[in-house]
Design a protein around this ligand. Structure first.
Ligand SMILES: Nc1nc2c(ncn2[C@@H]2O[C@H](COP(=O)(O)OP(=O)(O)OP(=O)(O)O)[C@@H](O)[C@H]2O)c(=O)[nH]1
Ligand SMILES: [Zn+2]
Length: 299
């Protein structure tokens, strides 16, 4: 029988032990195996893949027939076809690590993934939330402030996520699980940051898994370990291209890195209040880190 006649389209939510869990458009989830053909071709289905599959029947198990070309893919967490990288940073505790936010923005841009910044815990420090918003005004990433505690800004974040496949990133305990609970109260995810972590065992491996957010038609992936980005492969000379706020600056030297060069237009625009100084200072720190790393590569 031609299985193609009964095939459906869906998205892989997770893979465990050779089985893949595929969600169809209506939200139902089917257990499927991948065709041997994929293994022969060296293709491994991953969460986020859009697939054609034949659902399990009385006589046969479900089977993935075809994987649509991926528009992007991350290795850690392993996930394909991300529509948005939502970088969460807290206005209160833990102390915001904006250097990490910058690196995540760079990471997203390199992977061709649109990014947005979510400032959590708005209820604890409004001034800090506004400061973060100011610093990223020119970054190209929209900034949304919210509080999972009092509900402010949650509706805006819901609209941002609607219909999209979203990857959450950020330091531990910034409130990612709390945000998801506020967006979809039925989820009942565990929260509590560090205490939650010790209870579970800090190094337990969790598989990449896309979590459907009922009502929003969205799926999200929230994985630990995304706060470690030691392997950014950016050439120091390219770094400035990832700072939209620098565009249009007129510098004395063509290849100006906006660093220690005289006559740098970026520095002039900081003085004029057009470019945020803190964001610029972190740029120079990252630039120095990349230059340092290159030096060691050739040692
Ligand atoms: N005041 C306040 N506290 C919050 C808010 N959102 C989360 N928290 C608290 O922050 C702590 C961490 O929240 P989680 O949602 O577990 O954070 P997480 O980012 O999922 O943490 P990890 O799983 O470790 O990555 C918890 O104690 C929450 O109660 C908020 O909007 N306001
Ligand atoms: Zn310059």
């Amino acid at each position: 029988m031609d299985k193609g006649l009964h095939s459906m389209e869906g998205k892989i939510l997770k893979g465990i032990g050779g089985f893949y869990y595929v969600q169809d458009r209506a939200g139902a989830v089917y257990e499927c195996k991948a065709k041997g053909r994929f293994r022969l071709e060296g293709i491994k289905p991953m969460p986020g893949d859009n697939v054609r599959f034949s659902p399990p029947s009385d006589t046969e198990g479900g089977s993935i027939l075809e994987i649509a070309p991926r528009k992007n893919a991350l290795v850690r967490p392993m996930v394909a076809n991300i529509d948005l990288l939502l970088i969460i940073v807290s206005a209160g505790k833990p102390k915001p690590d904006l250097g990490l936010v910058d690196k995540l923005l760079l990471y997203a841009a390199q992977g061709g993934i649109p990014a947005a910044i979510g400032v959590s815990k708005l209820d604890t420090d409004r001034g800090m939330a506004e400061e973060i918003q100011r610093e990223y005004r020119g970054s190209g990433a929209p900034v949304h402030c919210f509080s999972a505690r009092d509900g402010r800004g949650i509706a805006d974040v819901a609209e941002l996520l609607r219909g999209r496949c979203v990857c959450l990133a950020g330091q531990s305990a910034v409130g990612k699980s709390s945000l998801l609970n506020a967006l979809s109260p039925g989820l009942c995810l565990e929260t509590g940051g560090l205490s939650k972590k010790t209870a579970r065992g800090r190094h337990t491996t969790r598989f990449s898994e896309l979590l459907p957010l009922p009502g929003l038609g969205a799926t999200v992936i929230d994985t630990p370990g995304f706060s470690i980005l030691e392997c950014l492969e950016t050439q120091p000379e390219e770094l400035k291209e990832y700072y939209p706020e620098f565009a249009g600056s007129v510098c004395r030297f063509d290849g100006c890195l906006h660093w220690k060069e005289p006559g740098c237009g970026v520095k002039g625009r900081i003085a004029a209040g057009e470019i945020d100084e803190n964001r610029y200072t972190r740029y120079t720190m990252l630039l120095e880190e990349l230059l340092e790393r290159r030096k060691h590569q050739y040692d």
